[in-house]
Design a protein around this ligand. Structure first.
Ligand SMILES: Nc1ncnc2c1ncn2[C@@H]1O[C@H](COP(=O)(O)OP(=O)(O)OP(=O)(O)O)[C@@H](O)[C@H]1O
Length: 275
């Protein structure tokens, strides 16, 4: 079973938020959607859960009761405790008794929230709230799990817990699609979708994305082409089209962050956004 969107188009006035986007989300796979601000990640996920209407194209998704959706904001009820949040959502899906007890224990332990089970959601840290949101989205073991930036604000150690749970959901057979701004963690997904300005720039496994990348990334002290360079920690990286890097340049093996930035710069240049 594979879900997804085909040739999806979404417009907000003059803004094309999705421009002929086709993405498959096969069962048992984690698809990570990456891209800069306004790339169209949230619109894609909302289209998939049918919260955003398409101007053109098709959505293939199961019925609402088989979808789990963690929206970019909130995802839980501030005035309910952690347990009350879980039991409330589980109840909507008809989960009760021993089955609910088992699932609650499993999710709270996995998310590291067991000791916070009586705390109000409003009293949780931002990262804990995102983890609770994940638990609520996945409590009914949906066939399609759609997560909008589940790890934003979650500390690096807790992100490991979250990834374990996301991977487990896929291993149990769910089709999982998530957006993330953490490109190091996106590299772990089975399938990557790199977006910019509503378009899919490239998609496939991390190896496919690297193989598709043409051009050279160099490490520089001062940028020769400022519009094509970006900061990476204490370093500065610069993009050159294939064969154009000056002789003697310090060439670096581009990681996903370099590739996403370079592809976005190329797209904007092609679209006439940059001179
Ligand atoms: N309700 C809306 N009304 C008008 N424009 C919108 C609306 N929602 C999204 N957009 C525009 O559509 C484009 C895609 O937005 P979207 O939220 O999908 O991007 P994103 O990749 O999720 O960005 P971010 O990471 O900043 O949330 C942006 O240009 C955004 O301004």
């Amino acid at each position: 079973m594979s879900y997804g969107v085909r040739s999806a188009v979404v417009r907000f006035g003059d803004t094309v938020a999705l421009d002929d986007v086709t993405v498959d989300v096969p069962a048992g796979t984690v698809v990570a959607v990456v891209g800069g601000d306004g790339a169209g990640k949230t619109t894609l996920l909302r289209a998939l859960v049918r919260e955003q209407r398409l101007v053109a194209g098709e959505v293939e998704a199961p019925g609402k009761q088989h979808i789990g959706f963690l929206p970019a904001s909130s995802g839980s009820w501030a005035s309910l405790s952690v347990t009350q949040n879980l039991d409330f959502v589980a109840g909507i899906y008809g989960l009760s008794g021993a089955a609910l007890d088992t699932r609650r224990t499993e999710l709270l332990a996995g998310a590291g929230l067991a000791r916070a089970s009586d705390r109000l959601a409003s009293q949780l840290s931002g990262g804990m709230r995102r983890k609770l949101g994940f638990c609520l989205a996945s409590v009914h073991r949906p066939g399609l799990l759609v997560l909008d930036e589940p790890s934003t604000g979650v500390d690096p150690v807790s992100r490991i817990d979250l990834w374990r749970m996301i991977s487990q959901a896929a291993a149990d057979g769910a089709a999982v699609i998530m957006s993330t701004t953490y490109l190091d963690e996106a590299e772990r997904a089975g399938h990557l979708v790199v977006m910019d300005a509503g378009q899919v720039l490239v998609q496939g496994s991390y190896d496919d994305v690297r193989a598709h990348f043409s051009g050279t990334v160099t490490r520089v002290a001062a940028a020769a082409r400022p519009a094509w360079s970006w900061r990476r920690g204490p370093e500065r990286h610069e993009y050159w089209p294939a064969g154009q890097a000056p002789p003697g340049s310090q060439v670096v093996e581009p990681d996903l962050e370099d590739i996403v930035i370079a592809l976005s710069l190329v797209r904007r240049s092609t679209a006439g956004v940059r001179s």
